[in-house]
Design a protein around this ligand. Structure first.
Ligand SMILES: *[C@@H]1O[C@H](CO)[C@@H](O)[C@H](O)[C@H]1NC(C)=O
Ligand SMILES: [Cu+2]
Ligand SMILES: [Zn+2]
Length: 172
């Protein structure tokens, strides 16, 4: 076979093979909130990411839930930096286009302080140059206003208050 036909055969096989699902795990340990979250991307690189798990030790009610830029948590959750924002947008709701990639909205803790997380997001990815692996998930003390609160920090952070939990997104 000519080298070019070998190349074409290789390309053909590459395009035929189904995408390998990608999985990541987060153990929240950098604050008082605890829990484990599993991130799954069934059809990378563009398929949506499913985030599932349980977060405990929260106050009842809504808590901002984001992917922050850095996974180096040497000084606790504050070291995670700002919201992961590779497209330089304003902070917003996960259902809008004007949002940070890291804007995953709120999770709801029940009366015993437990939140069941079940989020499917179209922007987050676990592969390629904008993979969130190595970054951090942060849970906030208060509710994320999704950019609409009219507070000076609404369009930056959703005014969600302090950071009560965080963990690095790692390859599972
Ligand atoms: C998560 O949400 C999806 C879609 O809303 C639903 O079909 C699924 O049953 C939920 N999973 C759990 C464990 O609640
Ligand atoms: Cu945050
Ligand atoms: Zn944000």
């Amino acid at each position: 076979m000519l080298p070019s036909s070998i190349y074409l055969l290789y390309l053909f096989l590459l395009l035929q093979s189904p995408p390998t699902p990608r999985k990541a795990v987060v153990v929240l340990g950098g604050g008082e909130a605890t829990g484990t979250l599993i991130l799954t991307q069934a059809a990378p690189p563009t398929g949506e990411v499913h985030i599932e798990g349980v977060v405990s030790n929260l106050t009842p009610g809504l808590h901002g839930f984001h992917i922050h830029e850095k996974g180096s948590l040497e000084n606790g959750c504050i070291s995670a930096g700002g919201h992961y924002n590779p497209y330089m947008r304003d902070h917003g709701s996960p259902i809008h286009l004007e949002r940070h990639v890291g804007d995953l909205g709120n999770i709801l803790a029940d009366q015993s302080g437990v939140a069941h997380v079940n989020i499917t997001d179209p922007l987050v990815t676990l592969v390629g140059p904008r993979s969130v692996i190595g970054r951090a998930i942060v849970v906030h003390a208060g509710e994320d206003d999704l950019g609409g609160g009219g507070h000076p920090s609404s369009l930056k952070t959703g005014n969600a208050g302090g950071r009560v939990g965080c963990g690095v997104i790692g390859i599972a």
